[in-house]
Design a protein around this ligand. Structure first.
Ligand code: DP6
Length: 357
C-alpha cells in the first residue's frame, strides 16, 4: 500500500484539479464493532446506492511551506467540525500518501441529500475524498497501477476515514472483512462480489426519514461500546454465519431467507445498542410503526419487501425494482404518515463512483 517514494515527485507550477462523485451504501449484513485502526470485528455486506452521493473536488498545488494549507468548503460554506475531521484524516493517510505534505489543498464537497436529513454522509464523503487522493497519487506517480489496484487503494484509504466508506468505492454488491468462505475477502479493504442471477437482485431502496435530528450517539461511540458488550462474540459469529447464508440465498433465489437475514441484521444491530452499557435507543415510534406495516403488507400481498436500518431511526425499504409502482402506492397510502414532513428518498442499487472532470 505504500506509495512509491518521492524520488519522482517534481514540483509543478500552478494548480491541478481532481473530482469524484461517490455514493452512499446500505449494509445488509452490518459492520458494528472494530479493532486496532479501523479494522472490522466481522465481515459486512452492502449494496451501493445511486442517488445519495457526495461530490468532492480537490485543487492541489505544490508548496515549499513547512505546513501546507488545507481549505475545506462544504456546500459553499466553511464548516469547522467537518474541517477538523478532514484535517485529522489527511494526517492519518499521510503515511500512505507522503506527497501530501508538499501540497496545498482546496477541498470542496457537496451532498445530493440534505445534510440535515439524518442520512449518514461519512460513507459517501470519505470514499469521494479517498478516490480524489488516490487519483492524485496516480497522476503524480503512476501508482497504483491499473483499475483493480486503484480501487483497492481507494477502498483502503476510505476505510481509514470511515469503515462503511470502504464499501462505497465499488458499485453493486460489496463485501468488507475477511471471511474464510468468501474468496479474496480481507479486513483492510472491500471487494466487489458477484451475485449470480443479478437481475432478480436489482433492488430499490426507499429511505423513509422518520427523524432528521442529529444522532444522540455517534457510530464511533456505538462501535466502541461493543468492546465490553456481553453479546459481542455471539454477534460477530452471527454476522459470519449470515454472510454466506445471504450470498447463497441470493444465488438460489430464496426471497424469504433474504428477508429474514436482512431484517434480523437490522434488529440485531439496534438490540446491541439498546443493551450496550450505557445503552441507547436510536429507533423511534415511527420506526416501529413502519416495521409493523412492512410485516403486515408482506403477509397480505406476498410482495418481496424487507426493511433495514442504519445507525439511526430511518427505515430503508428494500424492494425489487420491477415492483416499484406497487411499492410507491404502499409508501403513499401507509408509510408516508410516519415520515417527518412526508420526506423520503427514492434510491436504488447503483454502479458505483464516477470520476468528475
Ligand atoms: C450501522 O462506518 O459510520 O451503518 O467506521 O466509525 O466511521 P466508522 O463507522 P461507520 O459505521 C457504520 C455502521 C452501520 C453498519 C454498516 O454500514 O455496516
Amino acid at each position: 500500500m505504500e506509495a512509491k517514494s518521492l524520488q519522482t515527485f517534481s514540483p509543478f507550477a500552478g494548480s491541478r484539479h481532481v473530482g469524484w462523485k461517490s455514493p452512499s451504501n446500505i449494509a445488509l449484513v452490518k459492520y458494528w464493532g472494530k479493532r486496532d485502526y479501523q479494522l472490522p470485528r466481522n465481515p459486512s455486506l452492502s449494496f451501493t446506492l445511486s442517488n445519495s452521493f457526495t461530490e468532492t473536488s480537490v485543487e492541489y498545488s505544490y508548496t515549499r511551506k513547512e505546513k501546507p494549507t488545507i481549505a475545506f468548503v462544504f456546500e459553499g460554506k466553511s464548516k469547522k467540525s467537518f474541517k477538523t475531521r478532514v484535517e485529522k484524516y489527511l494526517q492519518t493517510v499521510g503515511v500512505y500518501l507522503p506527497f501530501l505534505k508538499h501540497l496545498d489543498l482546496k477541498i470542496k464537497s457537496v451532498n445530493s441529500f440534505p445534510h440535515s436529513s439524518g442520512i449518514a454522509s461519512s460513507a459517501s464523503g470519505m470514499s469521494a475524498l479517498a478516490l480524489c487522493l488516490t487519483s492524485m497519487e496516480q497522476r503524480l506517480f503512476g501508482t497504483p497501477e491499473g483499475r483493480k489496484n486503484f480501487l483497492n487503494k481507494a477502498s483502503f484509504l476510505a476505510r481509514l476515514g470511515s469503515g462503511s466508506a470502504a464499501r462505497s468505492v465499488y458499485g453493486d454488491y460489496v463485501l468488507w472483512g475477511e471471511h474464510a468462505a468468501m474468496e479474496g475477502s480481507m479486513d483492510e479493504a472491500a471487494v466487489q462480489i458477484d451475485i449470480a442471477g443479478k437481475d432478480r437482485w436489482e433492488l430499490g431502496d426507499a429511505i423513509l426519514i422518520t427523524s432528521s435530528e442529529k444522532k444522540k450517539v455517534s457510530s464511533s461511540v456505538g462501535h466502541a461500546l461493543m468492546e465490553h458488550h456481553p453479546y459481542a462474540e455471539a454477534r460477530y459469529e452471527q454476522a459470519r454465519i449470515h454472510i454466506p447464508q445471504l450470498a447463497e440465498a441470493m444465488k438460489t433465489n430464496q426471497d424469504t431467507a433474504f428477508q429474514e437475514i436482512v431484517e434480523n441484521e437490522a434488529l440485531s444491530l439496534h438490540a446491541l445498542m439498546i443493551n450496550s452499557n450505557p445503552g441507547f435507543t436510536l429507533m423511534n415510534n415511527n420506526t416501529w410503526s413502519i416495521i409493523e406495516e412492512v410485516r403486515e403488507y408482506r403477509k397480505k400481498t406476498g410482495t418481496f419487501v424487507a426493511f433495514t436500518l442504519d445507525a439511526g431511526p430511518n427505515v430503508h425499504l428494500i424492494y425489487r425494482k420491477k415492483d416499484k409502482e406497487q411499492i410507491l402506492e404502499f409508501i403513499h397510502s401507509e408509510l408516508i404518515q410516519y415520515c417527518e414532513n412526508g420526506y423520503w428518498i427514492d434510491d436504488a442499487i447503483g454502479s458505483g463512483p464516477i470520476e468528475l472532470n
